[in-house]
Design a protein around this ligand. Structure first.
Ligand SMILES: [Fe+2]
Length: 133
């Protein structure tokens, strides 16, 4: 399976889980559903969508589009997609309890072990709420 087919398959899975999340949220609003599933959804979106899938797009697809199709990285579709990835990362970070998200700590002055600024957005792999689930 080529990269584009793999990424499409990953998108299909992410959309299916997003649909399940929507169903779960409606159930929770009615007082139904398992509260422990919330952190599991968060973990999926952080690890699979944010960390794994976005990295594959950014490290491989976007690089190829810039090199082979000569698309700019700082404007146009690649820049829009990178901003979407950043927005999703911030949204997921904001779902982590205060003080448990590595990205949120960095945003508030914690420099962490990273020796240089990130070259692309990356959702933090996990937060305490997810690890506790
Ligand atoms: Fe994607």
């Amino acid at each position: 399976m080529d990269l584009i087919s793999q990424l499409r398959t990953e998108h299909d899975l992410i959309e299916q889980v997003a649909g399940s999340l929507s169903t779960y949220v409606r159930a929770r609003a009615r007082g139904e559903g398992d509260p422990a599933d919330g952190p599991r959804f968060l973990s999926f979106f952080r690890l699979y969508a944010g960390h794994y899938h976005h990295a594959r797009e950014e490290d491989t697809l976007f690089v190829a589009l810039q090199r082979e199709a000569e698309l700019p990285g700082d404007r146009g579709p690649i820049a829009v997609l990178l901003e979407d990835h950043r927005r999703m990362g911030r949204l997921l970070d904001d779902m982590c309890p205060a003080g448990t998200s590595p990205r949120r700590k960095r945003r508030h002055g914690w420099t962490g072990p990273r020796s240089s600024p990130p070259t692309r957005p990356r959702t933090s792999p996990t937060c305490s709420a997810v690890r506790a689930a």
